[in-house]
Design a protein around this ligand. Structure first.
Ligand code: GAR
Length: 221
């Protein structure tokens, strides 16, 4: 079929911490649920993260590129670009990557970077909303619905065209920790692999600056 990507759509995953979203991607690939997408590399912004252990256990090439090793954002972007150039990824997935990316990096991978965030954006997103904080914010406000969002990345933090969202109900007994765990289990680990698959299968329609997942492949313009 025209437009089908032939079997090897390479996906690099950028991580900073626990790597449970990376684990969900690895599991999806092992269960042949990622379509033509293949995880090709994991880059961590910190050494000794659980995410790196998960990458190594899965046999994925892994590297550490720490922001504090570079004098400027531009130098950090250049180092990340150089590290990724070896793998030539078709898509870069920010899976709990908490280090800011600069314009050089974002421009290079224009429309080819997605991020997962543990709230229904634009609520409870942006700098400062990481870890338990989005969930604490949801509980403090008394929201009854939260969830997770996958979006394409632009220059602003937790910002860019939304690709997929999944709601999760807030329960009276929720703590930030309970809510975080449920949002991961019921939303994040489901929608991130689904988005990677849709992109790899060429089922993403860009229209007037917005994006939509389609059932059928999108024909090139
Ligand atoms: C996830 O909840 C992800 O949505 C969040 O960091 C966590 C990483 O967990 N990302 C952000 O908050 C981005 N603003 P993980 O390392 O176990 O996948």
């Amino acid at each position: 079929m025209p437009g089908v990507r032939s079997g090897n759509f390479k996906v690099a995953v950028l991580v900073s911490g626990g790597g449970t979203n990376l684990a969900a991607l690895i599991k999806s690939q092992q269960e042949q649920q990622l379509g033509p997408a293949r995880l090709c590399a994991v880059i961590a912004s910190r050494p000794q993260t659980l995410a790196l252990d998960r990458a190594k256990a899965a046999g994925l090439p892994a590297a550490v590129v720490s922001r504090k090793s570079y004098p400027s954002q531009a130098a950090y972007d250049a180092a990340l670009l150089q590290t990724l150039a070896v793998y030539q990824p078709d898509l870069v997935v920010l899976a709990g990557f908490l280090t800011r990316l600069g314009p050089d990096f974002i421009h290079h991978y224009d429309r080819r970077i997605i991020n997962i965030h543990p709230s229904l954006l634009p609520s409870f997103g942006g700098s400062g909303f990481y870890g338990l904080r989005p969930h604490q914010g949801v509980l403090d406000y008394g929201c009854k619905i939260t969830g997770a969002t996958v979006h394409f990345v632009d220059a602003a933090y937790d910002h860019g065209p939304i690709l997929l969202q999944k709601p999760v109900a807030v329960q009276p007994e929720d703590t930030p920790e309970l809510l975080q765990a449920r949002v991961m289990r019921e939303a994040e680990w489901i929608i991130l692999p689904a988005c990677v698959r849709a992109i790899a299968e060429n089922r993403v329609l860009w229209k007037d600056g917005r994006v939509y997942i389609t059932k059928q492949q999108v024909q090139p313009d």
